[in-house]
Design a binder for this molecule. Structure first.
Ligand code: SF4
Length: 247
């Protein structure tokens, strides 16, 4: 499909048997209780042992910590990246470094429309007028399409990133998607992330060194000031702090 660029190997998402939503919910409930407090590696191992090829990691390529944890525990795992067409070059560089240096299969997923096609249909700079609609077209729908190949997916959400993420479970069933969401580093602090990055020399987005606290598409990301909430630089002109991927 033209909407899908596969880097570093072929997809293996569709082969294995599917589970019913009821089975997935029961699995998630049990694992969420059992794995709270477990090391990220143990959570990652549970996820890939349980879901096999019906599992992927999603990454915004702010850093590659979660992808790296999985590459050690489950080499060859699929890593899904939403290529909105509006990323900073520094972000695409992290994606390409991950694909080139880590034992994972990066799948770069594109929206149905190019930015130019979207400008034609919705008018230019939709992100400045209706960011929810822009995020739906360029992130939410592509993620749903990508996740159709999987029963479960992992994210790098952490409780200490923002108040909206303070109750992030390590494993939970997402009733809207009918899939299991795995957050292996939910309990990690920023200091633990930093330690992991330096211990394993994990690729990190160069924008962090240039004053950005949280990184998304370039039109909706600004630098943050010292002491400011890292996510304050996202959709700064709107009352919006989440793109809808994690609602
Ligand atoms: Fe559009 Fe901004 Fe959302 Fe990116 S973050 S999809 S540019 S509204």
């Amino acid at each position: 499909s033209l909407n899908l660029v596969t880097i570093g190997g072929s997809s293996k998402g569709a082969a294995a048997d599917r589970r019913s939503p009821g089975e997935l919910e029961a699995l998630a409930l049990d694992a969420g209780r059992r794995l709270e407090g477990a090391p990220a590696e143990e959570i990652a191992k549970w996820a890939t042992d349980t879901f096999g090829a019906r599992f992927c990691v999603t990454s915004s390529m702010a850093d590659a910590v979660v992808a790296h944890v999985f590459s050690r525990v489950s080499p060859g795992v699929d890593v899904v990246f939403l290529d909105t067409g509006l990323h900073f070059p520094e972000t695409l560089k992290v994606r390409d470094t991950v694909a080139a240096t880590m034992n994972v299969n990066v799948r770069s997923i594109r929206p149905r429309m190019t930015v130019g096609q979207q400008d034609g249909e919705y008018g230019p700079r939709l992100f400045a007028r209706n960011p929810d609609e822009c995020c739906f077209l360029r992130k939410v729908e592509p993620l749903e399409r990508a996740l159709a190949d999987y029963d479960a997916w992992a994210t790098g959400l952490r409780r200490d990133e923002s108040p909206t993420r303070a109750n992030t479970p390590v494993v939970a069933f997402d009733p809207r998607k009918g899939k299991v969401k795995v957050n292996p580093i939910a309990a990690w602090t920023q200091a633990e992330v930093d330690r992991y990055i330096s211990r394993w020399n994990v690729p990190v987005n160069e924008l962090f060194k240039k004053g950005y606290g949280s990184i998304g598409c370039w039109p909706c990301t600004r630098r943050t000031k010292a002491g400011e909430d890292p996510r304050a630089g996202r959709w700064a002109m709107f009352e919006k702090t989440e793109c809808g991927l994690h609602v």
